[in-house]
Ligand binder design. Structure first.
Ligand SMILES: [Fe+2]
Ligand SMILES: [Fe+2]
Length: 470
């Protein structure tokens, strides 16, 4: 299926054959562009940026690089190629042919899943809109814009599904996706983590490492869906998502590297006097972003997640590779719970713990970055290590919500939590220090002093390439 680039909305879904859908999307497009101008990147919208654009879903076409002005980016609608004779891989409909249309009885559930996913995409653009003012290099400036335009396209991906498959209420939901805004007092974004500003670049790297990785796992679970257009949309989004996590993994890695260099050079852990970010502060930012991301998976025990799974709407990570019945009818899972300050273990039917199973896979995947960052420390002769806090630490959702639990997982008294929380999570002072480092560096080939330069550039270009023409 070729992408039609002559149309106002580039697509590989034969939009020109469906006049009603085409009209609906063309009336939404100007609203999207208004939103992009008002709440997309706060500066440099008129500059040429070296960006990747998807012009086809095949190997050659999904990543074409050129200079583009942000509002002229070609946001298109792309579904991964259909898998011939694909069958449902889990739940009640296991083994049946997948659906190209939505069964009436699952309409509400599917709409909810698509709206929740869709809401996070523009939210992240809104959260990150001020970052262009303080980018540590042209390379990084280009990367935040790349992430932003692709999150914009992910919004398009969800809006396409709403318009194509949900009639009038789909169109209303598509409008509402542009009416809710991150941090808006009256109409906030649906998930709380998407309502806070990403106000500095250390937070941005943590965000793209941890929060975008939550996105990866949500998309990977939706890619298993029996509703084939959703599965194929998510499959294609995952290709773009990989770069966002690369930005996070290498971004944090470059901060860690610079810190290690300064620690060695000055023989001290306190690198702040030399303009670096001390490891303790990096650890606090990890603690914060990891715990916030864990909340995005929802409660450990969830009847909604069970329903999505048993109705074959949202599966598990890498569902086909799992060696079980793909129905979760007879398996159980051990959940922890605090009862009167004591940890108790309950054996729960696995179908009720689908969120927790996805969270397990996410945590394992997060650890890989930590291992790489620790390798950087070891290579510089630094014996300290970074680590993920316990999954129960600083949670706001689920069985351990607002419980005083240390990064080791130990249960504390409220008084002890209050006394020590400043050691574990960024304080006002830490945030003010990081903010003081946020000075833009827009000279070609130069990089701010608090992180190492990138090792390689984008698309085979050198690291000091002129990624944004200012
Ligand atoms: Fe996304
Ligand atoms: Fe992303």
């Amino acid at each position: 299926m070729k992408v039609n680039y002559r149309e106002r909305i580039p697509n590989n879904v034969n939009l020109s054959d469906d006049r009603r859908l085409q009209r609906a999307l063309e009336s939404w497009q100007p609203k999207f562009l208004d939103w992009w101008r008002d709440l997309g990147p706060a500066i440099f919208q008129e500059k040429d940026v070296y960006l990747r654009t998807a012009v086809d879903v095949g190997r050659e076409g999904w990543a074409v690089f050129d200079y583009v002005k942000l509002p002229e980016y070609r946001w298109g609608i792309f579904l991964a190629e259909p898998e011939p004779a694909r069958r449902v891989g889990f739940g009640e409909h296991l083994g049946q042919p997948v659906w190209s249309e939505i069964p009436g009885e699952y309409r509400t559930e599917l709409r909810r899943l698509i709206v929740i996913q869709g809401d996070t995409e523009p939210a992240s653009v809104e959260q990150q809109r001020q970052l262009g003012r303080t980018a540590p290099s042209l390379y990084d400036l280009r990367n935040v814009f790349q992430v932003n335009v692709e999150e914009g396209r992910h919004l398009w991906a969800m809006v396409y599904l709403l318009h194509a498959h949900f009639g009038r209420d789909g169109r209303e939901e598509a409008e509402a996706l542009l009416e809710r805004h991150a941090g808006d007092a009256e109409k906030p974004r649906i998930l709380e983590a998407f309502n806070v500003e990403t106000s500095d670049w250390l937070s941005f790297f943590m965000y793209t490492y941890f929060q975008d990785r939550d996105g990866k796992f949500q998309l990977a679970a939706l890619r298993e869906s029996a509703f084939d257009p959703l599965a194929r949309t998510c499959e294609f989004m995952l290709k773009e998502e990989a770069h966002h996590m690369f930005v996070g993994a290498t971004g944090v890695g470059r901060v860690v590297q610079r810190t290690a260099e300064l620690m060695r050079e000055h023989d001290t852990a306190d690198v702040r006097p030399y303009g670096g970010v001390d490891l303790h502060t990096i650890q606090k930012y990890i603690n914060f972003h990891f715990s916030v991301s864990l909340d995005l998976f929802g409660s450990e025990r969830s009847t909604n997640a069970a329903t999505y799974y048993s109705h074959s709407l949202k599966g598990r990570f890498q569902e086909p590779g799992r060696d079980d019945d793909h129905r979760l009818e007879s398996t159980t899972y051990h959940l922890h719970r605090l009862v009167d300050g004591q940890m108790v273990i309950e054996e729960v039917p696995a179908i009720l713990t689908v969120n927790e199973i996805l969270r397990d896979d996410y945590i394992g995947n997060c650890q890989e970055g930590l291992d790489r960052w620790n390798q950087v420390l070891a290579e510089h002769g630094v014996s300290e290590q970074l680590r993920l806090p316990h999954r129960r630490f600083n949670r706001k959702i689920g069985a351990f919500s607002s419980r005083p639990i240390s990064p080791d997982g130990g249960v504390l008294s409220e008084a002890e939590w209050t006394r020590r929380v400043g050691d574990w999570l960024p304080t006002e002072g830490d945030r003010a220090y990081i903010q003081s480092l946020m000075r833009p560096v827009y000279e070609r080939g130069k990089v701010a002093g608090w992180l190492a330069p990138p090792r390689i550039g984008i698309n085979g270009r050198p690291a000091d390439f002129e990624y944004v023409l200012l």
